[in-house]
Design a protein around this ligand. Sequence first.
Ligand code: G6Q
Length: 548
Amino acid sequence: MPQAVSLPTWAALEEHYKTVGKTFVLKEAFAADPSRFEKLSKTFRNNGTDILFDFSKNLVTEETINLLVKLAEDAGVEKKRDAMFAGEKINFTEKRAVYHPALRNVSGWEMKVDGQDVMGGVNAVLQHMKVFSEQVRSGEWKGFTGKKLTNIINIGIGGSDLGPVMVTEALKHYGAKDMTLHFVSNIDGTHIAEALAKSDPETTLFLIASKTFTTAETITNANTAKSWFFEKTGGKGEIAKHFVALSTNEAEVTKFGIDSKNMFGFADWVGGRYSVWSAIGLSVVLYVGYDNFYKFLSGAHAMDKHFRETPLKDNIPVLAGLLSVWYSDFFAAQTHLVAPFDQYLHRFPAYLQQLFMESNGKTITSDGSPAKYTTGAVIFGEPCTNAQHSFFQLLHQGTKLIPTDFILAAKSHNPVSNNLHHKMLASNYFAQAEALMIGKTPEQVKSEGTPDELVPHKVFLGNRPTTSILVGGVIGPEELGALIAYYEHVTFTEGAVWDINSFDQWGVELGKVLATKILKELDEPGNGEGHDVSTGSLIGAFKKFASS
Ligand code: G6Q
């Protein structure tokens, strides 16, 4: 596939940006076309709750959308999407299929990799997760002294941590009230030490979550946990009752001391950052129960179905991905903000950071040449209304264009004070998108009696683009599943247009290799020789400080 920049539609979009995009004024577009909302918003319909995606507050005309959709067609987005669902090895640098949709294939699509059905394996692991979680939740599965296990410590990092943390937080409302969860990821000993300090070995279940079972942080934390367990139980603790593994690597799991019958497996076609739907989601199942986990999978599957079957021009994640290309490559936007108006979603932006930035933070295109355009945006976010009192100043009056997504559920799980809190939350959700769009002119500022010298400081240029996502009810397991799958497919669409591999992560390797080398040097004589002067001097200073 040629780079998108060499497609005729790209040139047409450049021209369109110069003549329309650059000078486009959102509030004028609304004034000129009362049906703009109707034309540019889409509803995702599911068995559960509808989700409304309002794209109308973006810097686009119908012509922009038509051109972007044409770009997607010319860049082969449909072909690439179909190749993913057909189990082709679209992760071409690792020669792997990208098949996480199979993990949530609740309607029984035929799904094969290398001509082999994968659903038998997927469903067997799901069944294992169901049985095990029911045993733990009911207390039938007992610890070595006969007690129920109510303290879960998930040890994993990156994709084996961020999904489970985010989802268990997002679904806290559905969580077992007698269960405490800890997620230990960082190699910083503080992380495991703090979790163990709050834990009783008799009631603790460790989930060692690692696709490869060789990740330095996870294996070191898991070994520390194992030593703590033996020490605290005077050697009487039974690993088989207190440790399970979520992994693809049976040999390493067994070597660690976990029986393979206590291993929940998955295949290499599940990428780490796409793995919360797999055995890696066991903490979620334990916490919210299998039925809720199944609903979570169903919501994602409904979004897969929409993404797979809907024509590009009406395809919600495709449209969002194309908007992101529009802002990144034509407006030179460098960032993208996701602000959920939902406290339960407080880890959602962190999750999306990995999803987008590890997937699309790439320079090299499919033929090995560097992209001639900007790729993945820097994603950031915090829940609102907190973020409004923190960094929203820059959104409203800074010099940068920051396309923004706002997310709100129409109903709260906690309608306290007669739902006053939720109405205040909702009013801020509407107000922020409106304020970012309409801004405030010098005339308006003056008419409020503002002294002349303060007028420029109080002006808001407006015309800041936002996408408002409104969930029709509460954000329950199904809605959350759909929202995550939506963002996965937005990422897919961007990567398909940019012709990069959204599914590898070679960029994380170099630092790991150097860290392994330096770790040895910290125990050897010498003061950082063989490194550049800055790194060497820092290593030398660390050794001196640490030994004094
Ligand atoms: C995600 C990445 C990465 C991975 C972690 C943990 O897509 O591959 O974040 O999930 O490095 O890897 P393991 O699960 O193999 O320990």
